[in-house]
Design a protein around this ligand. Structure first.
Ligand code: ZN
Length: 212
């Protein structure tokens, strides 16, 4: 188990290893960052976006929150998005959900007397996704199937939310970047599975969610 002392020891060992492999590694990165990716994922400790994708420092701009939400009114995610798209000029924006997501689970359980406090408010959009796809979800045979599908639907809706932000709309008016992607990580086997890729305009974004 990682404790605080070990955390700092690990950091020192990591920095020494990186410098041994490439003496200019930190010096080069201290000058600028030029990531090609913005990844928006869940805060869950089992979903370390850089680690699971092999991204080195400087290669991935990252935003994480509970259940990988992209709210149109969330200044935090919008500021990250604007900086990534307008200043860093990232070519790809990925929304990464994950099976077994506690946030999505909490949204599914809401209304069953299991209030969790503030996070209930945060998860309102996931509950909306659940309501919107009620028929599709109910048709699935098991609770696990419904849970997994809601995780996927949540990712697709967040990609659509991304597409509708003024930041992405004005970037697309300029050229067909950034490309938006949605993926889901499976904490049981460590694999990232693509749900949708290379959304580069409103037609593709609008086609992601069938009208319910
Ligand atoms: Zn999660």
């Amino acid at each position: 188990m990682l404790d605080l002392t070990r955390l700092f020891e690990n950091n020192r060992a990591w920095a020494e290893r990186m410098t041994r492999d490439d003496p200019a590694f930190f010096l080069e990165r201290s000058r600028a960052q030029t990531p090609h990716f913005l990844a928006i994922g869940c805060s869950d400790s089992r979903v370390p976006l850089e680690l699971l994708s092999g991204a080195a420092p400087g290669e991935m701009f990252v935003h994480r929150n509970v259940a990988n939400q992209v709210f149109p009114a969330d200044l935090n995610v919008l500021s990250v998005l604007e900086y990534a798209v307008e200043v860093l000029r990232v070519r790809h924006v990925l929304v990464v959900g994950h099976y077994g997501c506690g946030g999505v689970q909490a949204a599914m359980d809401a209304g069953q007397g299991q209030g969790l406090g503030l996070v209930d408010n945060w998860l309102g959009d996931v509950r909306d996704v659940q309501r919107r796809h009620r028929d599709e979800l109910r048709a699935l045979p098991t609770v696990d199937d419904r849970f997994n599908r809601l995780v996927e639907l949540n990712v697709l809706h967040q990609v659509v939310n991304l597409a509708r932000t003024p930041v992405v709309q004005s970037a697309w008016a300029r050229d067909a970047t950034p490309l938006l992607h949605g993926a889901v990580f499976d904490v049981r086997d460590g694999l990232l599975r693509s749900l949708v890729t290379a959304v580069d305009g409103n037609d593709k974004a609008d086609a992601l969610i069938p009208l319910a």
